[in-house]
Write a protein that binds this ligand. Structure first.
Ligand SMILES: C[S@@+](CC[C@H](N)C(=O)[O-])C[C@H]1O[C@@H](n2cnc3c(N)ncnc32)[C@H](O)[C@@H]1O
Length: 267
């Protein structure tokens, strides 16, 4: 294995005559913390290196096409570019100027391409297929999570790396307290569950819709035609790797067998 493969590429020195702090201050929506230049970190709280270790992303991405869905500031995409990816596409619902993506891209001289769009509209005809798809911190924000997994499967030819909140130790009970599922019954950890939040019950945040347990994520991925495995857990989060392949189970359903549904959902 080359030294690049074992260590990954490290952050370059900050460019001379550029006031990085002043550029950071112009960006109002910070989410990610990443070593953009040696010893210089973006001011968000979501730690890029911790999450990428959590999902087990290889250090060497040379030759890979990468898609980062829900890219936000873009630091995961830029890190993939730093790891040598052949091509990186960053996708998010939001405008890349509002996310600070454009400013960071310019600062880095990055070739990452931003596509403003939704996971529900992923299309392999226009985007092609990807060796690596990142789907980090997005699943529980979706009102239609299984549809998203079906769409991700269409553009994944290699591996999906997924990170999410999981409820195994964070099931919200009727009293609005958090409980471990095993405290209700040890068998519940082996039952696929997706807890629904109709409002802002989870963390006071209206953007949270479904909290799955680990079994729920694994079974959801499998039903979409992936071969998934749990990579690691930390706190109330878990990282998964899901290889493209496997029969999936949607085809056996009314919806999966229906051209009307498939056409309507662009499946
Ligand atoms: C909590 S942030 C996670 C950002 C990043 N992946 C990370 O882990 O730091 C969720 C992101 O998902 C994006 N998002 C939400 N729904 C989406 C959808 N349907 N399609 C694409 N992106 C979506 C949001 O705009 C937001 O940038």
């Amino acid at each position: 294995m080359s030294s690049f493969a074992s260590q990954g590429a490290s952050a370059p020195p900050a460019p001379a005559n550029v006031d990085v702090t002043a550029i950071f201050e112009q960006i109002s929506s910070w989410h990610q913390r990443w070593e953009i230049f040696r010893g210089v970190y973006t001011p968000g709280r979501n730690p890029v290196s911790t999450l990428l270790d959590g999902v087990g992303l290889p250090k060497d991405l040379r030759g890979c096409r990468v898609l980062d869905v829900g890219a936000f500031n873009g630091c995961f995409s830029f890190e993939c570019e730093r790891r040598g990816a052949l091509e990186v596409v960053a996708m998010d619902l939001q405008d890349p100027r509002d996310l600070g993506f454009d400013a960071l891209s310019k600062l880095l001289g990055s070739q990452v391409r931003f596509e403003q769009g939704s996971v529900y509209n992923l299309d392999s005809t226009s985007l092609g297929e990807f060796d690596i798809v990142l789907f980090l911190g997005v699943l529980y924000h979706l009102r239609y999570p299984l549809l998203a997994l079906d769409q991700l499967r269409k553009v994944t030819k290699g591996t999906l790396f997924l990170e999410t909140l999981v409820i195994d130790n964070r099931f919200l009970d009727g009293q609005k307290d958090f409980q471990a599922l095993r405290n209700y019954h040890p068998a519940l950890e082996n039952v696929a569950l997706w807890q629904f939040y109709k409002g802002a019950e989870l963390a006071g945040d209206h953007s949270n819709w479904f909290g799955p347990n680990i079994r729920g994520v694994l079974d959801g991925l499998e039903s979409a035609g992936f071969s998934p495995r749990l990579q690691s857990t930390w706190g109330d989060r878990a990282g998964f790797q899901a290889a493209a392949g496997g029969p999936g189970t949607i085809g056996a359903s009314y919806e999966g067998a229906s051209d009307i549904v498939r056409k309507g959902l662009n499946l």
